[in-house]
Design a protein around this ligand. Sequence first.
Ligand code: GTP
Ligand code: MG
Length: 231
Amino acid sequence: MRLKARFLLSAFAEDQFPAVSRTSSAPEIAFLGRSNVGKSSLINGLLGDVQARVSSTPGRTRSINFFALHEVTPAGQVRQKPELIFADLPGYGYAKISRSISAEWSGFIDPYLTNREQLALCCCLVDTNIPPQDSDKALIDFLRSIRREFVVVGTKSDRLSNNTLAKSLAALKRDLGVPEVIACSAKLGKQDKGMKALWTRLLSTRVDDPETTEQESTEVEEPAESGDTAP
Ligand SMILES: Nc1nc2c(ncn2[C@@H]2O[C@H](COP(=O)(O)OP(=O)(O)OP(=O)(O)O)[C@@H](O)[C@H]2O)c(=O)[nH]1
Ligand SMILES: [Mg+2]
């Protein structure tokens, strides 16, 4: 499937989240993780484009940034109804994460994770270059407590040898209590085996509501320009 990404909006408060009329109730995927773990880079790597701004200093992304992914038909037209929405979230700090991780988290990120109906999957990013962190464990425990579906992604895998990466992934799985950690390199992008596996997982994401998943729109817009992404 060919997809075209469009930036929707940046939200700094709950009342700024995109309305269902703008997203057509498409399933939403949130990218979560500590500051500097590589959330924006992973989104850029997945989309093959510079969509989410990459920060050089931790804590750069202060808003929830929403992107709509539209299917491009074989004839090159862009479907109006998006297939997926990506949400790039601000990173959590280096301190211990709790219900009140920071003013921002309790103010609008916590409500986003707890209340957002279209949120179908949380991608929890953890750095494969450092040992498992308490803050990551706390986030995963929080997602479990609110019954959110999640997948754990190990970032920056290109920095490690195969051997070291295998050890790191084993430690992450054990400490986080998860059956799988998908190792990804945003730097390698679409060439990376893990990025392909992640795309497969993301494309299988559906909102838990038969009414919204059965809706099929065939409306199309203008022909696609370059910069499409083909997972
Ligand atoms: N080698 C390598 N570096 C990466 C990779 N992904 C991210 N980085 C680097 O890590 C740094 C942080 O990346 P970001 O994508 O801005 O991280 P973030 O999680 O969005 O950061 P905040 O928005 O501040 O929370 C940047 O210098 C990236 O170039 C990767 O797959 N490989
Ligand atoms: Mg970012």
